[in-house]
Design a protein around this ligand. Structure first.
Ligand SMILES: Cc1cc2nc3c(=O)[nH]c(=O)nc-3n(C[C@H](O)[C@H](O)[C@H](O)COP(=O)(O)O)c2cc1C
Length: 327
């Protein structure tokens, strides 16, 4: 018996929480680290440019990405055939393919990729149709409320994507012109939810059990997608998943647990990137692991420049001993 895409999506989003794609962040290491906590939540890759993939096909991606189900591979681009080729290639690793229609960054939208597709629904439709023709896993789209507040076309756009064949939608409750400023508008998402049949995940500013609950109450979405909240908090997705399943609020990680997460993360970066690159790559994550910890500012600043692994472990262990509560 073949399983329909509708049922496949249902299974993939059953925890009602997913990891949103973040370029430079949600690589296979970050996903592996989060996967240690959650077995079932859908984790999305960083966006993978269809143009880039065409050049490296069968090389970098194939070697580096092992399937760690359930995983959604996000692709970016604007050429239907190239996007279909990318999706077809990535399908071997993926439980779902996602199309980036929300990235607000200048160089992305200038090339007609990301959120620029919201200004060109016909091209977005052509891309969805081209990909649907060649893949068997479900296809999702991720977009924003619109390009600007004057062009809030998210409901009509979502309907068009559904008609073209999208099986699932993630929507970030901001416009492209907002970039990441202001607050995500969870209430507006409800109008989309009311007007499409495919499941919808709400995204933007969910960073705790409480905000996840509030976001679902306001948006009536089927679940939440979380990006920045997972930085420095690898168990967040699991805690929310657990809360939705059982009603139990697991405690926030202690300082000790946060530093243990940071050390595990550092070790993984070093194992896979080598000591020098791993140490440097890790610097972007320290501010998140070591935030709101009393009198840790100086130690954190030292971590950001140290190239000596022994010293880095020492600093992390000093912070780990801090008994003051997180402020
Ligand atoms: C560093 C960074 C990189 C991002 N990269 C992507 C991306 O590759 N594809 C995408 O669709 N969204 C990307 N986003 C947007 C996030 O997926 C998400 O929509 C946004 O951060 C709002 O959710 P949050 O408040 O939970 O972080 C990125 C966001 C950040 C902060």
């Amino acid at each position: 018996m073949t399983v329909s895409n509708k049922d496949k999506v249902k299974e993939l989003i059953k925890t009602k929480v997913s990891l949103a794609p973040m370029a430079g962040i949600t690589d296979f290491m970050m996903r592996d680290l989060i996967r240690k906590y959650t077995k079932d939540s859908l984790l999305t890759t960083e966006m993978i440019s269809s143009e880039f993939l065409r050049q490296v096909k069968g090389n970098v991606i194939e070697k580096k990405n092992e399937k760690s189900s359930p995983v959604s591979y996000q692709i970016s681009g604007h050429k239907p055939q190239m996007m279909a080729d990318a999706a077809k290639y990535l399908e071997q690793f993926a439980d779902m393919i996602d199309i980036n229609m929300g990235c607000p960054v200048n160089k992305v939208v200038k090339g007609q990729d990301g959120c620029a597709l919201m200004k060109n629904p016909q091209l977005a439709t052509d891309i969805v149709k081209a990909i649907k023709e060649v893949i068997n896993v479900p296809l999702s789209v991720k977009f924003r409320l619109g390009y600007t507040f004057e062009e809030l076309n998210y409901v009509e756009f979502g309907q068009k994507m559904q008609e073209a064949g999208a099986d699932f939608i993630t929507i970030h409750g901001r416009t492209r012109s907002q970039m990441y400023s202001g607050n995500a508008d969870w209430e507006k998402i409800r109008l989309l939810k009311d007007n499409v049949d495919v499941p919808v995940f709400a995204n933007g500013d969910v960073n705790s059990i409480e905000t996840a609950e509030e976001c679902l109450a306001k948006s009536k979405a089927d679940g939440v997608a979380i990006g920045r909240g997972t930085l420095g908090d690898l168990s967040l997705i699991y805690r929310i998943e657990h809360y939705f399943k059982t009603g139990e609020k697991l405690p926030l990680p202690t300082i000790e647990e946060k530093i243990e997460q940071a050390i595990a993360h550092l070790n993984y970066e070093i194992e896979l990137r080598g000591e020098n690159t791993g140490i440097k790559f890790m610097r972007k994550f320290y501010p998140y692991y070591i935030s709101k910890i009393h009198q840790a500012t100086k130690l954190r600043s030292k971590l950001m420049v140290s190239e000596d692994l022994k010293e880095i472990y020492e600093i992390l262990n000093i912070i780990k001993q801090k008994k003051e509560p997180i402020i």
